[in-house]
Design a protein around this ligand. Structure first.
Ligand code: R5P
Length: 260
């Protein structure tokens, strides 16, 4: 791997801990004005100092994020569907590598829909993006998107993660599930988890802790941080688990003290 690629990865994944806390606020690319992200710049401003990277789209980046930000950017570069469609898998690449570089991103992110109607299209999108990333030293984060009809079990997620890594993804993002260690063990690329739908704060911390215990290198968490009544307390507590090796019980104590 070349120096630029390594350096960008090291800006996202702390080389001392080999772990990372990504803050995901890209939901609007198919969901529109998601609860908590109506004004994304205001939502992320108090959270950025606790995030190792910020995942978002170029429109939100350009329009709402201060150019002086120190947070490495993971730019979502797939899209083309909306929640109004039954099938969300019909995605294409939505940003050129040139524009991603112009935006000084540290990585690009793309969804793959294994087992969907557009499986081949989304997987070849990933392959093409990895080729482009290789040219310029830009790492690729592959997101294993889950259709409504698909089971979020270790067999399916393990398959999707392995395929994403085989095609060249540098980091794979997926969902936590029963038997998650099998998903991680079968994936040659580092794995991070999405938080999924908003759940109780205490449960979100347990989810993060379990994922780390099972081998994930971190989280790429959105709604369980920015839809919480206490977003700063949540990201700090998740960070305590990921970067400081705290248990979920210790992180919950921290969260409660920060919630006041
Ligand atoms: C989904 O396609 C997006 O990449 C989200 O950013 C991702 O699911 C993470 O957000 P959350 O923790 O809210 O699930």
């Amino acid at each position: 791997m070349d120096w630029g690629m390594q350096n960008r990865l090291a800006s996202i994944i702390n080389p001392k801990t080999n772990r990372c806390v990504m803050l995901a606020v890209d939901h609007g690319y198919f969901q529109g004005p998601t609860t908590g992200l109506e004004r994304p710049g205001e939502t992320v401003a108090p959270l950025l100092e606790y995030a190792d990277a910020l995942m978002l789209t170029r429109g939100v980046l350009r329009n709402t994020i201060d150019t002086g930000t120190r947070a490495p950017i993971i730019l979502r570069v797939s899209g083309g569907t909306s929640v109004l469609k039954e099938d969300l898998s019909d995605e294409e690449l939505s940003v050129s590598m040139e524009d991603a570089i112009r935006l000084n991103v540290s990585a690009v992110a793309i969804s793959v829909f294994v087992g969907s109607e557009h499986e081949k299209q989304t997987l070849t999108n990933l392959s093409r993006l990895c080729d482009e990333g290789q040219k310029y030293g830009i790492p690729v984060l592959a997101v294993t998107a889950v259709g409504k009809a698909m089971a979020r079990d270790a067999r399916y997620l393990g398959l999707a993660c392995r395929i994403a890594a085989e095609l060249g993804a540098h980091i794979v993002k997926t969902y936590y599930c029963e038997g998650f260690e099998k998903v991680v063990n079968g994936c040659p690329a580092p794995v991070v988890i999405a938080g999924g739908k908003k759940i109780e704060e205490r449960d979100a911390l347990t989810l993060a802790h379990n994922a780390l215990s099972d081998g994930a290198i971190g989280v790429d968490m959105g709604r369980n941080i920015f839809q919480s009544q206490w977003p700063v307390a949540m990201i700090r507590s998740v960070r305590a688990i990921v970067q400081d090796g705290r248990t979920d019980a210790e992180a919950w104590d921290l969260a409660q003290s920060l919630m006041g």
